[in-house]
Design a binder for this molecule. Sequence first.
Ligand SMILES: C[S@@+](CC[C@H](N)C(=O)[O-])C[C@H]1O[C@@H](n2cnc3c(N)ncnc32)[C@H](O)[C@@H]1O
Length: 376
Amino acid sequence: MTTPWGALALTRFPEDPRDRLRAWDASDEYLLRHLAAEEVPLSGTVVVVGDRWGALVTALAEHRPVQITDSYLAQEATRANLARAGAEPGAVRLLTTQDPPPERIDVLLVRVPKSLALLEDQLLRLAPAVHTGTVVVGTGMVKEIHTSTLKLFERILGPTRTSLAEKKARLIFCTPDPALERPASPWPYVYTLPDGIGPASGRTVVNHAGVFCADRLDIGTRFFLRHLPGGRGGRVVDLGCGNGVVGTAVALADPSAEVLFVDESFQAVASAEATYQANGVPGQAEFRVGDGLAGVPSGSVDLVLNNPPFHAHQATTDATAWRMFTGARRALRPGGELWVIGNRHLGYHVKLRKVFGNSRLVASDPKFVVLKAVKR
Ligand SMILES: C[S@@+](CC[C@H](N)C(=O)[O-])C[C@H]1O[C@@H](n2cnc3c(N)ncnc32)[C@H](O)[C@@H]1O
């Protein structure tokens, strides 16, 4: 990426030489061009929210910014990109959406996230640190910036306008008004599960902003909950746990199961822990932010439960499902099982057969299938 601060070699995480997707986009370039052209003073505390793969903080490293992200993958990509760019260790403070934000923010740069709820939550968390002199600039692709996006800036921070579009990207300029009466945060959102879905029926689910299906039970997850393997004990992984409803259901059904909840989203893992705690589940659990099953010892797991991500960019999504399935095969003990829920049309049975050499249909309805693969 060519920036006013020099040319940078940037990668996504995990790094894959076959990956043709870039680790930055026109909205990153537009924001950096604007900061340089307008000579925006990058002094005091510079905070960058939602930087996708660390392109923004890597370019701005000499200004010692603070990065706030919900994504473990984004954080790892940032570490690698900073190291490759020769940034001084510690030049960029890496915070997650779950960490307390800086107390005072002088420049706030926002790469608009895909989730409006996450943007709302983040702006509400950061607003008390913003003052009349804070420079606030948002950026995103035109298709990601809606009237509702601008209204959030307007309602939480102050008067907001947008730039002209350049290369299908747009900037958001906001003049902070600390006297604004801000609404209380609606997050985390707590709801009760319906009846008829097995051990988790009528239980509580806690959702931090931005997690998958935060305001209601996903219909695929609902189908999965009705067909989970029952009471086998052992080491179980809720892979891509989101709000933790699947792993919590397993723990409720079988207190002798040790459940590991894993997600690459800090908001998701915090939600899973809160869901588990809210239900006073007996038994043992571990909560981990990470990339799939990386770090889980080979042959140590009895059962992996997985509802793979499917909303992201198609190529990314496919790669993630592959990684999750191959990771599960490695982590499972011989005889251990991976159970997957997916839309019929995603064809997960083909992938499972490639990775495990077998795949069996456990349940199906017109839309979804639950599949099982056994490590041989
Ligand atoms: C379709 S959602 C399923 C959430 C939950 N299990 C459910 O069924 O409601 C997929 C989850 O996978 C997570 N995810 C995506 N990529 C991941 C990765 N590389 N490692 C771990 N989790 C990941 C997403 O953050 C998301 O929470």
